[in-house]
Design a protein around this ligand. Sequence first.
Ligand SMILES: Cc1ncc(COP(=O)(O)O)c(C=O)c1O
Length: 409
Amino acid sequence: MHMNYDFDRLISRRGTNALAEDGFENYLFGADAPAPELDVPREELISMWVADMQFAAPDAAIDAISERLKHPVFGYTMNFDDQLYQAFHAWCAERYDWRFAREDMLVALGVIPALFGLVEYVCRPGDKVLSLTPAYGYFKHATVQRDREFVTSRLLASDDGGYAIDFDDFETKVSDPAVKLFFLCHPHNPTGRVWTDDELRRMGELCIANGVKIVSDEIHCDLLRTGTRHTPLARLFPGSRDIITCMAVSKTFNLAGMMIATVIVPDPALRSEWKRRHYPFVNPLSLAAAAGAYRNGAPWLDELRSYLDANFAWTQRFLNEHLPKARFRIPDATYLAWVDLRAYFDESVNLTRFFLEKAGVILEGGEMFVENGACRIRLNLACPRTQVQRSLEKIRDAILRFDKRPDRR
Ligand SMILES: Cc1ncc(COP(=O)(O)O)c(C=O)c1O
Protein backbone atom coordinates (compact mmCIF):
# COMPACT_ATOMS: atom_id res chain seq x y z
CA MET A 1 0.00 0.00 0.00
CA HIS A 2 1.36 3.42 -0.91
CA MET A 3 1.64 5.68 2.10
CA ASN A 4 0.59 9.31 1.86
CA TYR A 5 1.24 10.10 5.50
CA ASP A 6 4.52 9.86 7.33
CA PHE A 7 3.95 7.78 10.44
CA ASP A 8 7.67 7.00 10.65
CA ARG A 9 8.57 10.57 11.60
CA LEU A 10 9.65 10.96 15.24
CA ILE A 11 8.08 14.13 16.61
CA SER A 12 9.44 15.39 19.91
CA ARG A 13 6.73 16.61 22.24
CA ARG A 14 9.16 18.21 24.63
CA GLY A 15 8.00 21.68 25.62
CA THR A 16 4.36 20.99 24.71
CA ASN A 17 3.10 20.11 28.22
CA ALA A 18 2.48 16.55 27.06
CA LEU A 19 1.21 14.16 29.73
CA ALA A 20 2.97 11.32 27.90
CA GLU A 21 6.40 12.83 28.58
CA ASP A 22 6.11 15.22 31.49
CA GLY A 23 3.32 13.91 33.67
CA PHE A 24 3.92 10.25 34.15
CA GLU A 25 5.20 10.19 37.75
CA ASN A 26 2.17 11.72 39.32
CA TYR A 27 -0.26 9.77 37.15
CA LEU A 28 1.41 6.39 37.51
CA PHE A 29 2.60 6.48 41.11
CA GLY A 30 0.56 9.17 42.84
CA ALA A 31 1.72 12.48 44.26
CA ASP A 32 3.25 11.04 47.43
CA ALA A 33 5.09 8.00 46.05
CA PRO A 34 8.89 7.82 46.23
CA ALA A 35 10.60 9.17 43.10
CA PRO A 36 11.67 6.44 40.68
CA GLU A 37 15.35 5.52 40.68
CA LEU A 38 16.16 5.74 37.01
CA ASP A 39 18.98 3.75 35.44
CA VAL A 40 19.00 6.08 32.43
CA PRO A 41 18.93 9.89 32.15
CA ARG A 42 15.40 11.26 32.19
CA GLU A 43 15.73 12.63 28.64
CA GLU A 44 16.28 9.09 27.36
CA LEU A 45 13.06 7.62 28.73
CA ILE A 46 10.79 6.19 26.06
CA SER A 47 7.12 6.94 26.54
CA MET A 48 4.86 3.99 25.72
CA TRP A 49 2.07 4.59 28.19
CA VAL A 50 -0.86 7.03 28.06
CA ALA A 51 -3.31 6.41 25.21
CA ASP A 52 -2.50 9.16 22.81
CA MET A 53 -0.36 8.89 19.70
CA GLN A 54 3.10 10.16 18.81
CA PHE A 55 1.77 10.99 15.33
CA ALA A 56 0.74 14.33 13.86
CA ALA A 57 -3.02 14.79 13.79
CA PRO A 58 -4.58 14.66 10.31
CA ASP A 59 -4.71 17.80 8.18
CA ALA A 60 -8.46 17.31 8.08
CA ALA A 61 -8.53 18.48 11.71
CA ILE A 62 -5.69 21.01 11.55
CA ASP A 63 -7.15 22.75 8.49
CA ALA A 64 -10.54 23.01 10.15
CA ILE A 65 -8.92 24.63 13.19
CA SER A 66 -7.03 27.07 10.94
CA GLU A 67 -10.26 27.95 9.19
CA ARG A 68 -11.99 28.66 12.50
CA LEU A 69 -9.03 30.80 13.60
CA LYS A 70 -9.83 33.21 10.79
CA HIS A 71 -12.80 34.34 12.82
CA PRO A 72 -11.30 36.34 15.68
CA VAL A 73 -13.93 35.88 18.38
CA PHE A 74 -13.68 32.89 20.72
CA GLY A 75 -16.51 33.50 23.11
CA TYR A 76 -18.74 30.96 24.88
CA THR A 77 -19.63 28.27 22.42
CA MET A 78 -22.11 25.42 22.37
CA ASN A 79 -22.95 22.83 19.76
CA PHE A 80 -25.92 24.74 18.33
CA ASP A 81 -25.64 24.08 14.62
CA ASP A 82 -25.73 20.77 12.76
CA GLN A 83 -22.18 20.64 11.41
CA LEU A 84 -20.71 18.20 13.90
CA TYR A 85 -23.88 16.09 13.83
CA GLN A 86 -23.86 15.88 10.05
CA ALA A 87 -20.20 14.94 9.82
CA PHE A 88 -20.31 12.47 12.73
CA HIS A 89 -23.63 10.94 11.80
CA ALA A 90 -22.48 10.33 8.23
CA TRP A 91 -19.36 8.69 9.70
CA CYS A 92 -21.44 6.37 11.90
CA ALA A 93 -23.84 5.50 9.09
CA GLU A 94 -21.05 4.75 6.65
CA ARG A 95 -18.64 2.95 8.96
CA TYR A 96 -20.96 1.15 11.39
CA ASP A 97 -24.34 1.26 9.65
CA TRP A 98 -25.67 3.07 12.71
CA ARG A 99 -28.07 6.03 12.75
CA PHE A 100 -29.55 8.27 15.44
CA ALA A 101 -31.50 11.52 15.64
CA ARG A 102 -29.89 14.93 15.99
CA GLU A 103 -31.54 15.48 19.34
CA ASP A 104 -29.97 12.31 20.77
CA MET A 105 -26.44 13.67 20.35
CA LEU A 106 -24.92 15.60 23.24
CA VAL A 107 -21.43 17.01 23.42
CA ALA A 108 -19.04 16.77 26.40
CA LEU A 109 -15.54 17.92 27.20
CA GLY A 110 -14.27 14.38 26.64
CA VAL A 111 -15.49 10.92 27.56
CA ILE A 112 -14.04 11.18 31.07
CA PRO A 113 -16.23 14.17 32.04
CA ALA A 114 -19.19 12.36 30.47
CA LEU A 115 -18.53 9.29 32.67
CA PHE A 116 -18.43 11.41 35.83
CA GLY A 117 -21.66 13.12 34.83
CA LEU A 118 -23.51 9.96 33.85
CA VAL A 119 -22.71 8.25 37.15
CA GLU A 120 -24.52 11.11 38.88
CA TYR A 121 -27.45 11.34 36.50
CA VAL A 122 -28.17 7.59 36.41
CA CYS A 123 -27.31 6.45 39.96
CA ARG A 124 -28.04 7.68 43.46
CA PRO A 125 -25.28 7.76 46.09
CA GLY A 126 -24.80 4.21 47.36
CA ASP A 127 -25.94 2.59 44.10
CA LYS A 128 -23.52 0.29 42.34
CA VAL A 129 -21.80 0.49 38.98
CA LEU A 130 -20.59 -2.70 37.31
CA SER A 131 -17.67 -3.18 34.92
CA LEU A 132 -15.44 -5.94 33.54
CA THR A 133 -11.86 -6.19 34.78
CA PRO A 134 -9.11 -5.51 33.99
CA ALA A 135 -10.71 -2.10 33.46
CA TYR A 136 -9.93 1.39 32.31
CA GLY A 137 -9.13 3.19 35.58
CA TYR A 138 -11.55 6.07 35.12
CA PHE A 139 -14.54 3.71 35.26
CA LYS A 140 -13.65 3.16 38.88
CA HIS A 141 -12.53 6.73 39.59
CA ALA A 142 -15.76 8.22 38.19
CA THR A 143 -17.79 5.81 40.30
CA VAL A 144 -16.07 6.08 43.67
CA GLN A 145 -15.34 9.78 43.43
CA ARG A 146 -19.08 10.30 43.04
CA ASP A 147 -19.83 8.10 46.07
CA ARG A 148 -21.18 5.13 44.16
CA GLU A 149 -19.83 1.62 44.66
CA PHE A 150 -17.77 -0.06 41.96
CA VAL A 151 -18.38 -3.78 41.44
CA THR A 152 -16.54 -5.94 38.98
CA SER A 153 -16.79 -9.10 36.97
CA ARG A 154 -13.42 -10.57 36.11
CA LEU A 155 -12.69 -11.50 32.52
CA LEU A 156 -11.33 -15.00 32.07
CA ALA A 157 -7.84 -15.06 30.61
CA SER A 158 -6.80 -18.01 28.47
CA ASP A 159 -3.25 -19.22 28.02
CA ASP A 160 -2.93 -17.84 24.50
CA GLY A 161 -3.61 -14.26 25.62
CA GLY A 162 -7.35 -14.32 24.87
CA TYR A 163 -10.09 -13.00 27.14
CA ALA A 164 -13.70 -14.08 27.66
CA ILE A 165 -16.64 -12.87 29.72
CA ASP A 166 -17.61 -15.03 32.69
CA PHE A 167 -21.35 -14.88 32.01
CA ASP A 168 -22.36 -16.77 35.15
CA ASP A 169 -20.54 -14.24 37.27
CA PHE A 170 -21.79 -11.34 35.14
CA GLU A 171 -25.37 -12.48 35.58
CA THR A 172 -24.95 -12.75 39.36
CA LYS A 173 -23.46 -9.27 39.58
CA VAL A 174 -25.90 -7.58 37.24
CA SER A 175 -28.92 -9.01 39.06
CA ASP A 176 -27.93 -7.30 42.33
CA PRO A 177 -30.76 -4.75 42.67
CA ALA A 178 -28.26 -2.08 43.79
CA VAL A 179 -26.49 -2.23 40.42
CA LYS A 180 -27.95 0.55 38.27
CA LEU A 181 -25.29 1.09 35.63
CA PHE A 182 -22.87 -1.01 33.59
CA PHE A 183 -19.76 0.59 32.11
CA LEU A 184 -18.98 -1.39 28.98
CA CYS A 185 -15.73 -0.72 27.19
CA HIS A 186 -16.14 -1.73 23.54
CA PRO A 187 -13.56 -2.26 22.13
CA HIS A 188 -12.05 -3.13 25.47
CA ASN A 189 -9.15 -1.25 27.01
CA PRO A 190 -6.72 -2.77 28.00
CA THR A 191 -7.25 -6.23 26.43
CA GLY A 192 -8.15 -4.96 22.95
CA ARG A 193 -11.13 -7.33 22.68
CA VAL A 194 -13.89 -6.39 20.25
CA TRP A 195 -16.97 -8.03 21.74
CA THR A 196 -18.85 -10.23 19.28
CA ASP A 197 -22.48 -9.53 18.42
CA ASP A 198 -23.44 -12.54 20.55
CA GLU A 199 -21.53 -11.28 23.56
CA LEU A 200 -22.97 -7.80 23.11
CA ARG A 201 -26.51 -9.16 22.87
CA ARG A 202 -26.08 -11.30 25.96
CA MET A 203 -24.65 -8.47 28.05
CA GLY A 204 -27.26 -6.04 26.76
CA GLU A 205 -30.17 -8.39 27.40
CA LEU A 206 -29.00 -9.19 30.92
CA CYS A 207 -28.66 -5.50 31.76
CA ILE A 208 -32.00 -4.53 30.30
CA ALA A 209 -33.79 -7.44 31.98
CA ASN A 210 -32.38 -6.25 35.32
CA GLY A 211 -33.15 -2.56 34.85
CA VAL A 212 -29.47 -1.67 34.48
CA LYS A 213 -28.55 1.14 32.12
CA ILE A 214 -25.44 0.77 29.99
CA VAL A 215 -22.81 3.32 29.17
CA SER A 216 -21.05 1.86 26.16
CA ASP A 217 -17.69 3.61 25.97
CA GLU A 218 -16.77 3.10 22.32
CA ILE A 219 -13.90 5.57 22.21
CA HIS A 220 -11.58 3.00 20.58
CA CYS A 221 -14.13 1.97 17.93
CA ASP A 222 -12.31 3.44 14.94
CA LEU A 223 -9.12 1.55 15.66
CA LEU A 224 -10.07 -1.98 14.66
CA ARG A 225 -7.58 -4.07 12.71
CA THR A 226 -7.89 -3.50 8.99
CA GLY A 227 -10.71 -5.40 7.34
CA THR A 228 -13.00 -5.54 10.38
CA ARG A 229 -15.96 -3.33 11.28
CA HIS A 230 -17.20 -2.01 14.57
CA THR A 231 -20.72 -2.80 15.80
CA PRO A 232 -22.08 -0.20 18.21
CA LEU A 233 -23.92 -1.93 21.05
CA ALA A 234 -26.87 0.42 20.49
CA ARG A 235 -27.24 -0.79 16.91
CA LEU A 236 -28.16 -4.23 18.22
CA PHE A 237 -30.93 -2.77 20.39
CA PRO A 238 -32.84 -0.42 18.11
CA GLY A 239 -35.37 1.67 19.98
CA SER A 240 -33.85 0.91 23.41
CA ARG A 241 -33.54 3.86 25.75
CA ASP A 242 -31.16 2.09 28.10
CA ILE A 243 -27.94 2.43 26.12
CA ILE A 244 -25.76 5.53 26.17
CA THR A 245 -22.94 5.55 23.64
CA CYS A 246 -19.73 7.57 24.03
CA MET A 247 -17.49 8.22 21.04
CA ALA A 248 -14.80 10.81 20.40
CA VAL A 249 -12.13 12.07 18.06
CA SER A 250 -9.59 11.80 20.92
CA LYS A 251 -8.25 8.36 20.06
CA THR A 252 -9.30 8.13 16.42
CA PHE A 253 -7.54 11.28 15.25
CA ASN A 254 -5.13 11.91 18.13
CA LEU A 255 -7.02 14.94 19.40
CA ALA A 256 -7.29 14.05 23.10
CA GLY A 257 -6.02 17.48 24.16
CA MET A 258 -8.90 19.15 22.32
CA MET A 259 -11.28 17.68 24.88
CA ILE A 260 -14.48 16.96 23.02
CA ALA A 261 -16.68 13.87 22.84
CA THR A 262 -20.11 12.96 21.52
CA VAL A 263 -22.56 11.16 23.78
CA ILE A 264 -25.65 9.58 22.24
CA VAL A 265 -28.50 9.47 24.74
CA PRO A 266 -31.78 8.14 23.35
CA ASP A 267 -33.68 8.49 26.65
CA PRO A 268 -35.36 11.95 26.72
CA ALA A 269 -35.59 11.97 30.53
CA LEU A 270 -31.88 11.32 30.90
CA ARG A 271 -31.14 13.97 28.27
CA SER A 272 -33.15 16.53 30.25
CA GLU A 273 -31.25 15.61 33.39
CA TRP A 274 -27.97 15.98 31.50
CA LYS A 275 -29.02 19.37 30.15
CA ARG A 276 -29.98 20.56 33.61
CA ARG A 277 -26.72 19.54 35.19
CA HIS A 278 -23.95 19.10 32.65
CA TYR A 279 -21.38 21.78 31.84
CA PRO A 280 -22.68 22.91 28.47
CA PHE A 281 -19.83 24.73 26.72
CA VAL A 282 -17.28 23.50 24.21
CA ASN A 283 -14.07 24.90 22.83
CA PRO A 284 -14.81 26.43 19.40
CA LEU A 285 -11.54 25.11 17.98
CA SER A 286 -12.36 21.60 19.18
CA LEU A 287 -15.80 21.72 17.65
CA ALA A 288 -14.28 22.70 14.32
CA ALA A 289 -11.55 20.06 14.61
CA ALA A 290 -14.02 17.26 15.37
CA ALA A 291 -16.32 18.11 12.47
CA GLY A 292 -13.37 18.50 10.09
CA ALA A 293 -11.84 15.20 11.15
CA TYR A 294 -15.05 13.23 10.67
CA ARG A 295 -15.71 14.97 7.36
CA ASN A 296 -12.29 14.53 5.76
CA GLY A 297 -10.16 12.30 7.98
CA ALA A 298 -11.02 8.84 6.63
CA PRO A 299 -8.01 8.40 4.29
CA TRP A 300 -5.62 9.30 7.10
CA LEU A 301 -7.34 6.90 9.49
CA ASP A 302 -7.25 4.03 7.03
CA GLU A 303 -3.52 4.47 6.54
CA LEU A 304 -2.97 4.81 10.26
CA ARG A 305 -4.71 1.49 10.78
CA SER A 306 -2.42 -0.35 8.42
CA TYR A 307 0.60 1.24 10.08
CA LEU A 308 -0.68 0.03 13.46
CA ASP A 309 -1.33 -3.45 12.05
CA ALA A 310 2.30 -3.60 11.00
CA ASN A 311 3.50 -2.40 14.42
CA PHE A 312 1.53 -5.24 16.00
CA ALA A 313 2.88 -7.80 13.55
CA TRP A 314 6.42 -6.63 14.27
CA THR A 315 5.79 -6.81 18.03
CA GLN A 316 4.41 -10.33 17.79
CA ARG A 317 7.43 -11.53 15.84
CA PHE A 318 9.80 -9.86 18.28
CA LEU A 319 8.12 -11.41 21.31
CA ASN A 320 8.03 -14.87 19.73
CA GLU A 321 11.70 -14.70 18.98
CA HIS A 322 13.12 -12.91 22.02
CA LEU A 323 10.65 -13.43 24.86
CA PRO A 324 9.04 -16.75 23.95
CA LYS A 325 7.47 -17.18 27.37
CA ALA A 326 5.49 -13.94 27.01
CA ARG A 327 1.89 -14.53 25.96
CA PHE A 328 0.57 -12.10 23.45
CA ARG A 329 -2.19 -12.01 20.92
CA ILE A 330 -2.60 -9.16 18.43
CA PRO A 331 -5.66 -7.31 19.76
CA ASP A 332 -8.83 -7.00 17.68
CA ALA A 333 -8.65 -3.23 18.15
CA THR A 334 -6.83 -0.29 19.79
CA TYR A 335 -3.18 0.62 19.50
CA LEU A 336 -2.50 -0.99 22.87
CA ALA A 337 -0.52 -4.20 23.25
CA TRP A 338 -1.45 -6.16 26.38
CA VAL A 339 1.32 -8.60 27.14
CA ASP A 340 1.17 -11.40 29.70
CA LEU A 341 4.51 -11.71 31.52
CA ARG A 342 3.45 -14.26 34.15
CA ALA A 343 6.26 -16.56 33.08
CA TYR A 344 8.85 -13.95 34.04
CA PHE A 345 7.39 -12.16 37.07
CA ASP A 346 5.25 -12.80 40.09
CA GLU A 347 2.72 -10.42 41.54
CA SER A 348 5.18 -8.88 43.99
CA VAL A 349 6.83 -6.82 41.24
CA ASN A 350 5.26 -3.51 40.28
CA LEU A 351 5.86 -3.70 36.55
CA THR A 352 5.22 -0.01 35.91
CA ARG A 353 8.07 0.86 38.26
CA PHE A 354 10.27 -2.04 37.15
CA PHE A 355 10.27 -1.11 33.47
CA LEU A 356 10.62 2.59 34.19
CA GLU A 357 13.63 2.06 36.42
CA LYS A 358 15.32 -0.92 34.76
CA ALA A 359 14.45 -0.41 31.08
CA GLY A 360 13.85 3.32 30.84
CA VAL A 361 10.46 2.61 29.29
CA ILE A 362 7.36 4.33 30.63
CA LEU A 363 4.48 1.86 30.37
CA GLU A 364 1.46 0.82 32.38
CA GLY A 365 1.64 -2.38 34.39
CA GLY A 366 -1.47 -4.41 35.07
CA GLU A 367 -1.88 -2.79 38.50
CA MET A 368 -3.12 0.35 36.71
CA PHE A 369 -6.31 -1.43 35.57
CA VAL A 370 -8.29 -1.88 38.79
CA GLU A 371 -7.74 -5.67 39.26
CA ASN A 372 -7.19 -8.88 37.31
CA GLY A 373 -4.20 -7.45 35.43
CA ALA A 374 -1.31 -8.83 37.48
CA CYS A 375 1.93 -9.52 35.60
CA ARG A 376 0.68 -7.87 32.43
CA ILE A 377 1.96 -4.75 30.75
CA ARG A 378 0.20 -2.39 28.38
CA LEU A 379 2.29 -0.85 25.65
CA ASN A 380 1.08 1.95 23.44
CA LEU A 381 2.18 1.13 19.88
CA ALA A 382 0.88 4.34 18.28
CA CYS A 383 4.36 5.60 17.56
CA PRO A 384 6.98 5.27 14.82
CA ARG A 385 8.17 1.70 14.31
CA THR A 386 11.71 2.59 15.37
CA GLN A 387 10.33 3.58 18.76
CA VAL A 388 8.40 0.31 19.07
CA GLN A 389 11.62 -1.52 18.29
CA ARG A 390 13.81 0.43 20.71
CA SER A 391 11.34 0.09 23.56
CA LEU A 392 10.90 -3.65 23.07
CA GLU A 393 14.63 -4.21 22.96
CA LYS A 394 14.97 -2.38 26.27
CA ILE A 395 12.08 -4.35 27.74
CA ARG A 396 13.66 -7.61 26.61
CA ASP A 397 17.07 -6.69 28.04
CA ALA A 398 15.56 -5.75 31.39
CA ILE A 399 13.55 -8.98 31.59
CA LEU A 400 16.52 -11.16 30.67
CA ARG A 401 18.74 -9.41 33.24
CA PHE A 402 16.02 -9.95 35.85
CA ASP A 403 15.54 -13.59 34.83
CA LYS A 404 19.25 -14.32 35.22
CA ARG A 405 19.57 -13.00 38.78
CA PRO A 406 21.07 -15.70 41.03
CA ASP A 407 18.11 -15.57 43.43
CA ARG A 408 15.79 -16.46 40.55
CA ARG A 409 17.36 -19.90 40.14
C1 LIG B 1 -11.95 3.50 27.46
C2 LIG B 1 -11.55 4.94 27.51
N1 LIG B 1 -12.48 5.88 27.76
C3 LIG B 1 -12.16 7.18 27.81
C4 LIG B 1 -10.87 7.63 27.61
C5 LIG B 1 -10.56 9.08 27.69
O1 LIG B 1 -11.47 9.82 26.96
P1 LIG B 1 -11.38 11.38 26.73
O2 LIG B 1 -9.96 11.71 26.41
O3 LIG B 1 -12.32 11.68 25.62
O4 LIG B 1 -11.82 12.02 28.03
C6 LIG B 1 -9.87 6.68 27.35
C7 LIG B 1 -8.47 7.11 27.18
O5 LIG B 1 -7.57 6.33 27.29
C8 LIG B 1 -10.23 5.31 27.29
O6 LIG B 1 -9.31 4.37 27.03
